[in-house]
Design a protein around this ligand. Structure first.
Ligand SMILES: C[S@@+](CC[C@H](N)C(=O)[O-])C[C@H]1O[C@@H](n2cnc3c(N)ncnc32)[C@H](O)[C@@H]1O
Length: 246
């Protein structure tokens, strides 16, 4: 049986790779690297670095260009599903054409494969027979709260994990809201009473952290974000909104 390892690699710092992740990289015969083009080469760079550090020769690296996603589409879910199906085709040809019977392939997934990542859903769509295992990674959520030295959850309280798009549409639906995938600074609309813990490029040399009452720091985050994005060509940021106790 062919085998795939879906390995969480942490959110940007090579030291966030777990021992389990390092062992899994050492167990792979072939790696699939799906590149996003020049702007996001930094992201592929971390994967290459981890393979060079922990891969066991002889191994093969198969590189493929990520299918473009239609970011202008008004039907967001349909656009994501279409992109995921094209990703599934890439995974399928990797398993079918690049792995021999009994071999192990690896996919290095940013952060944790269980947090806002389509890899597992795409593997469900594959038409060839294979076995797979998931190795958890440190997510950007853990990286964010650790760098701000705060807990994700308060004692006995829930936390709502959502996207910037949903925050913009629904507002803050809980006292503690963790927001990812926000290209439009939706925190600006949450109203008074919230504190924000914001982090960009967490775990990398470009890391930026800002925290404070939303009303006081929103403008600074917006300006910092726009400047960093223009300078680097891409940005990944995450934040925790916490309603201050009244
Ligand atoms: C497609 S999701 C992937 C999440 C990833 N699986 C994880 O566990 O963190 C991409 C989003 O994760 C967040 N993210 C990932 N890495 C980050 C980092 N190093 N710094 C800040 N945010 C990050 C951002 O909100 C970004 O829009």
């Amino acid at each position: 049986m062919k085998r795939l390892l879906v390995i969480g690699i942490g959110a940007g710092d090579p030291d966030q790779l777990t021992f389990q992740g390092a062992k899994a990289i050492g167990a792979a015969d072939a790696f699939l690297l799906v590149g996003k083009g020049e702007a996001k080469d930094d992201l592929t760079g971390l994967r290459r670095e981890l393979i060079a550090a922990h891969g066991r020769e002889p191994y093969r690296v198969v590189e493929v260009r990520d299918p473009e996603r239609d970011r202008t589409a008004s039907a967001y879910t349909a656009a994501v599903e279409d992109w995921r199906s094209r990703r599934a085709e890439i995974y399928e040809s990797f398993v079918r054409d690049e792995l021999a019977e009994g071999e192990t392939g690896a996919l290095l997934v940013w952060g944790d494969p269980g947090v806002y990542d389509s890899t597992l859903a795409a593997l469900d769509e594959i038409g060839v027979e294979f076995d797979f295992e998931v190795i958890p990674g440190i997510s950007s959520i853990s990286a964010l709260t650790a760098r701000h030295r705060v807990g994700l959850t308060r004692v006995g309280r829930p936390v709502h994990i959502t996207t910037g798009r949903r925050l913009a549409a629904e507002g803050a639906t809980a006292d503690d809201v963790l927001v990812m995938l926000d290209a439009a600074c939706a925190f600006g609309e949450v109203g008074d009473g919230f504190h924000i813990y914001w982090g960009a490029y967490l775990g990398t040399p470009d890391e930026i952290l800002i925290e404070g009452p939303v009303a006081e720091v929103a403008e600074r985050i917006r300006a910092t974000r726009a400047e960093a994005r223009a300078r680097k060509g891409w940005i990944m940021d995450t934040y925790l909104l916490r309603r201050s106790p009244s």
